[in-house]
Design a protein around this ligand. Structure first.
Ligand code: GLU
Length: 476
């Protein structure tokens, strides 16, 4: 549990914002305008379930409308309340600005435990919640576009999209009212993996800068690094999978609801995931040691710690015991403002949430653009590109034969070069470019601006500057 002296989540985000604002010297009015949450709509609605009327409480909070639509997921969890939703909406504003995704920040939430309800019941609840938001334009392709978050997935997004289309029967852009949809409802390839993929691209970019790696007291690349992951949900699972299977990292610990498992030899992420799906927990996973106290895993020795579950898990109670020199925030707000200060003093390097988990909203942006353009990326040019490449390969082969040079192209090169990019390749390319660019803009401030001691402060400076410029340009 978090100690009494710890501020709430929203206050914690505000404290982080304040550090940047102090260096930016914004006019007090503008500073206040950016910090505050524009509006929060609370709805209480009843649904007839299991022979009685159940009342649910939901929220949609809009932090900043300097750009529209506003964007941010909808969370289903018992922790959902106004403070949490507003903190998460503020983080969305800063996150979108940092990765240059042209949205204001928003977030929604429904206070319920999704595991307590059957699928058909969740559909009824989701459709009713969506209806309440749609009729107030709090879901709308031009104004407010939700996405999945903790406790929701493609399935809920498909219900929301369908609910919107039923109400707005003639809106040709109806599908753009929500992102993170399944492919058959207007989704985009690579959206499910996007946040985890973004974590991988973020770490890869970090490790491209030896100076930055050295600040964490590390060296070399991702290969062989010992990683601990908290939470094997959508984000944690994909991040752990890609980093271990593609980049050669060793996942030495994973924690879940029921406890934590550890293995120095490295955990096979797919096998842990399958075990979790079968048994509902990580306990009894073969070849690993198990401990019921999952929070303790955060304090274990490793090279990179990746909290990928809830906010506030690293707080004033445990911050001083964190041993990892490098922490990547895959969740939103896993480190409280107080803990952030402690960790900074300990010399830890933190790759902050507004950057590290921005892959989700980045690919959401691609999905929204796809929906508005009504065509899949790559559909027009893919075969033409392949034909061009084929021309070049044929010409090389002809020259080699004519001149008796005896050149042969490696079969792997030919196969890879000839294949034109489809939607998935384009999405990954766009995401990689976004993550690299955003890191570099943070890095410039981190290394180049007086008084900037850490990446989080740099990230806030970049994004708050952009939001401020946008307000100044259009007037309030
Ligand atoms: N819920 C995700 C986040 O926190 C994605 C938001 C979106 O795609 O709009 O960034």
């Amino acid at each position: 549990m978090t100690a009494q002296r710890e501020p709430g989540f929203r206050q914690s985000v505000d404290l982080m914002f304040n550090r940047a604002a102090a260096l930016l010297k914004l006019s007090p009015g503008l500073e206040e305008k950016i910090r505050v949450c524009n509006s929060t709509y609370t709805v209480r609605f009843g649904v007839r379930l299991r022979g009685r009327i159940e009342t649910f409480t939901g929220y949609r909070s809009v932090h900043s409308e300097h750009l529209e639509p506003v964007k941010g997921g909808i969370r289903y969890a018992l922790s959902v309340d106004q403070d949490e939703v507003e903190a998460l909406a503020a983080l969305m504003t800063y996150k979108c600005a940092l990765v240059e995704v042209p949205y204001g920040g928003a977030k929604g939430g429904l206070c319920l435990d999704p595991r307590q309800w059957e699928e058909h019941e969740l559909e009824q609840i989701t459709r009713r919640f969506a209806f309440e938001l749609i009729k107030r334009d709090l879901i709308n392709p031009a104004q407010n576009v939700p996405a999945p978050d903790m406790g929701t997935s493609e399935r809920e997004m498909a219900w929301i999209a369908d609910q919107y289309a039923r109400i707005h029967t003639t809106d040709i852009n109806a599908r753009a009212c929500v992102t993170g949809k399944p492919l058959n409802s207007g989704g985009i390839q690579g959206r499910v993996e996007a946040t985890g993929r973004g974590v991988q691209f973020a770490l890869r970019e970090f490790f491209r800068h030896p100076d930055d790696v050295a600040r964490a007291g590390l060296g070399g690349g991702i290969e062989g690094k010992r990683i601990i992951i908290q939470g094997l949900g959508n984000v944690g699972y994909h991040a752990a999978k890609f980093l271990s299977e593609e980049d050669g990292a060793r996942i030495v610990g994973i924690s879940e609801r029921d406890g934590a498992i550890a293995s120095e030899a490295g955990l096979n992420v797919e096998e842990v995931k399958a075990h979790l799906a079968r048994k509902g927990g990580v306990k009894d996973f073969p070849g690993a040691t198990f401990r019921p106290d999952s929070a303790r895993l955060l304090e274990e020795d490793c090279d990179i710690l990746i909290p990928a579950a809830m906010e506030g898990v690293i707080n004033l109670d445990n911050a001083a015991r964190i041993r990892a020199p490098l922490i990547l925030e895959a969740a939103n707000g896993p480190i409280t403002a107080g803990a952030d200060e402690v960790l900074r003093q300990m010399g830890k390097v933190i790759i902050p949430d507004l950057y590290a988990n921005a892959g989700g909203v980045t690919v959401s942006y691609f999905e929204w653009v796809k929906n508005l353009s009504h065509i899949r990326f790559g559909r027009i040019q893919r075969r033409q590109e392949e034909a061009q490449h084929e021309l070049l390969v044929r010409e090389l082969e002809r020259l080699s034969a004519d001149k008796g040079l005896g050149w042969t192209l490696a079969p792997d090169f030919k196969e890879r070069y000839l294949r034109g990019a489809g939607e998935l390749e384009l999405v990954r390319s766009g995401l990689d470019d976004t993550m690299r660019g955003a890191y570099q803009s943070m890095r410039e401030v981190w290394h180049g601006r007086e008084g900037v001691t850490d990446l989080r402060l740099a990230a806030y400076i970049v994004s708050v500057q952009r939001v401020a410029a946008s307000y100044r340009a259009k007037g309030l």
